[in-house]
Write a protein that binds this ligand. Sequence first.
Ligand code: AMP
Ligand code: GLY
Length: 415
Amino acid sequence: MNILIIGGGGREHAMAWAFAQNPKADRIFCAPGNAGIAEDAEITALDVLDSAKVLAFCAEHEIEFVAVGPEAPLAEGLADDLREGGMLTLGPGREAARLEASKAFTKDICAACGAPTAASQTFTDPDAARAYVKAEGAPIVIKADGLAAGKGVTVAETEAQALEALEAIFAEGIGARVVIEEMMTGEEASLFILANGTDFINIGTAQDHKRAFDGDKGPNTGGMGAYSPAPIMTDEVTERAIAEIIRPTLAEMAKRGTPFQGILYAGLMIEAGAPRLVEYNVRLGDPEAQVLAMRLGAQLLDACLACASGELAGYKVSFADDHAMTVVMAAKGYPGSYAKGEAISLPETDDPRIKIFHAGTKAGESGLTSNGGRVLNITARAANLQEARDLAYTTIEQIDWPGGFYRRDIGWRAL
Ligand code: AMP
Ligand code: GLY
């Protein structure tokens, strides 16, 4: 079958690479893609927010399955439009995508179904929000309600920081909404679920590294490295997360007439063996997709197809007893301002345990250049995490790109 992947980052490269290993895949297209994805798929400059154009592209190229990578087109309702147009599609519709697009909505779902999460209140009135912060005191967590590419959250250590974060959100103007919540302590991990209504399967766990620099210092980023599985997600913790958080959430969504179909990414905080929900995303994580795809390989396509076609009941993925790690190489300056268009030279490797996924690259006449903040994801798979880590770091040292930087401590918590 011909397949269209929507997106152009490391996550979509990992999806294209895994799908390409599956004999079911004939031609794979990716919009907009990047220079690395072009090795596993045919890239095309399609306006993915224009559903009519996407459907026309699908008709013209005999596409039978569309997998949507990022959250923005899902929140805009692309999956609804594609399904209405008769296309087999992976990803939630606009209503179900609110699990990521609105933190206030997710809090409401958790309250309705009893899923454990931080105590919180939602405000549209700045004075009431300030009064709440003053009454609760610090530490406290301030979240802008909408999609903010991971930048809408302030974990405030002091009341002054919290008030400053509130001012920044309300400065956005009328209609700004803020969720103020209790700061949870514990260890964070992510659980990835493929769901179709109330049927679902677990497709793996991972841990991300959000801060830019070693020692979990510096500003928050989209993620600087990840590994899978997450050791804290023991069978027991995973079962609790499924029973107490995932299953009730999916039931509540179905009950409201907006069943969730696609990838549900649960960001969890685990303390003393008890998981609580930090947030939902409605897609694979980036860079978590890179380690999941490395472990699942060709199965990822079968699992996504089973999900999109409503055949998840009884479906199972099998994990080889292995570990994967990815290290993100980013442009110096990221997540602030950074240069683009710098020459990059990559090592040749035919080692099947290693894959360099491209997140932000461009192919020019003079060769490969940087074209984003997060640029490369050096990913390796091995029998244990230490070996995966060694493979990833040995590979990264062979990359010639003076304008890039990476964390040297990915996996510190697990190793
Ligand atoms: P979110 O976008 O909601 O995942 O928030 C981004 C990051 O902020 C999370 O990955 C956590 O590290 C942190 N965070 C969010 N909410 C809380 C909370 N209630 N308690 C502690 N940390 C939080
Ligand atoms: N790596 C975090 C995310 O994809 O949201």
